[in-house]
Ligand binder design. Sequence first.
Ligand SMILES: NC(=O)c1ccc[n+]([C@@H]2O[C@H](COP(=O)([O-])OP(=O)(O)OC[C@H]3O[C@@H](n4cnc5c(N)ncnc54)[C@H](O)[C@@H]3O)[C@@H](O)[C@H]2O)c1
Length: 364
Amino acid sequence: MKVSIIGGGGLVGSCAAFALQCGGVVSQIDLIDLNADLCRGQTLDLLHGASLVADQRIRATGYEAIPESDLIMVTAGLRRKPDESRLDLINRNVELFLNILGQIKAAGVKKEAIVLVVSNPVDVLTYLATAQLGLPSRQVIGLGTQLDSARFRSLIAEALTLPATQVTATILGEHGDSMVPIWSAAQAGGMPLDKFPGWNANTADALFKRTKGSGAEVIKLKGGAGFAVGLSIRDVVHAVALDQKRILPVSSLVNGTYEMRDVCISVPTVVGRGGVEAQLEIELWAKEVSALQQSARVLRETIDQVLKKNPAAAKTPPKFEPAKAAAPTAQNRTVKVTMGSGGNGNGGSSRVTISGQSNGGRRG
Ligand SMILES: NC(=O)c1ccc[n+]([C@@H]2O[C@H](COP(=O)([O-])OP(=O)(O)OC[C@H]3O[C@@H](n4cnc5c(N)ncnc54)[C@H](O)[C@@H]3O)[C@@H](O)[C@H]2O)c1
């Protein structure tokens, strides 16, 4: 699979390229950046290590690489200032992003290409990409809360001195201030997290707060996030490249999942070669669902502000288009699963509903 990274000279883009190089799964990595020297430098540095890793083609290119890319990633953008919210970035980043979308379109995109948006505010920019590129919505993915979820798991593991890879915990909603921790499903080693010695509501609150502030914490200390976001991106790219059908907390256009519509937001999403292959509506605690819906409202308000400022962008609303491939579980079927027991009397046995991208609305 050939991947191009627009913004590949920058911190996020180059860390993503390095993570993909170490992964050794994709066959070609093309870096594109306004800063041509930086882009060539990053490429050269990657190339120097190639003989130690895998036989991949790594190039510094321009938009002429786009028509042959199977996955086009956008990491170009301006970074947050330490005290700036991600949504404040919007005014500075939207114009730049629309310009990049125009160049991608002009270059010509493969019919089956997947677009992965990383630049912030990622959910809003994913919405614009879905509207502007003319690709089916299932082919446009935002990194969403993938990095937040990774940070969340690592910080929980560190606090409880558990192995990081044995903690499963997810954050859904906006990649931003209204993100939602899904405590109802948090586990370590397959056991409910809230049953672990030393676990209590204060620990939980403090860990979520630290996770939410992690981006700003890293920006303050080293200027911007790189390694963890690179690995988070790799997870998504490999899910596509290897058609893994992994369930990841990524952002895409929703049309009824948890009764949310016309926003790009992170819900548990089956990711495979077709992009978004299904959006899963898993029964969560009621307070988690309402926090998720509130997050969608926050995002919708921002999208409205953006469209008001960019009437040209408003002319093409995104179209929700069904997934081609069926979800791994039969659609329309309600499946009993066991999740972590609820901390609010709401937990215990839960249901999974596959709402897919083939229609909206709750099913079950
Ligand atoms: N979604 C996430 O989880 C997540 C995490 C971290 C950072 N980000 C976002 O990623 C973006 C990049 O962050 P960074 O730290 O890599 O910034 P950076 O400044 O290091 O890199 C950005 C790169 O984009 C390039 N660029 C700017 N305009 C361009 C254009 N029109 N075409 C091609 N390249 C262009 C710049 O030359 C620069 O090399 C920011 O918007 C940041 O907020 C997202």
